[in-house]
Design a protein around this ligand. Structure first.
Ligand code: H2B
Length: 101
């Protein structure tokens, strides 16, 4: 489950994740929420998902903009867990009305 993905596997799976970019090191995305409260709700929803998965994102919050960086520390790069967490963050973003940026 936590093997490193190849760049081909990452590219193929990012096709279903608008706004997400990736290299061998990490997946990254930014979301623009309607306001600060919605941005914080997005972070809270993502935090719930992260706790369920025991897999945690790096998050930078700037007013209503949130920046996300996902990697699997124990594997030293991008694994399927990061793809799964990116989907959960994308779902949470849709829920609060945040758009990829
Ligand atoms: C012991 C526990 O499984 C690890 O510390 C988890 C927690 N959350 C984690 N999150 C991420 N992004 N990468 C990890 O390797 C990781 N490891």
């Amino acid at each position: 489950m936590s093997r490193l993905l190849t760049s081909e596997e990452i590219t193929r799976q990012l096709a279903d994740l608008p706004g997400w970019a990736g290299d061998g090191q990490a997946l990254t995305a930014s979301y623009d929420a309607p306001d600060f409260a919605a941005a914080i709700r997005l972070v809270e929803e993502a935090a719930d998902a992260a706790e369920q998965m025991n897999h945690h994102p790096d998050i930078d919050i700037r007013w209503k903009l949130t920046h996300w960086r996902l990697s699997t520390h124990s594997a030293g790069g991008v694994t399927q867990l990061d793809i799964e967490l990116a989907h959960r963050i994308a779902q949470a973003a849709a829920l609060v009305g945040a758009s990829p940026r």
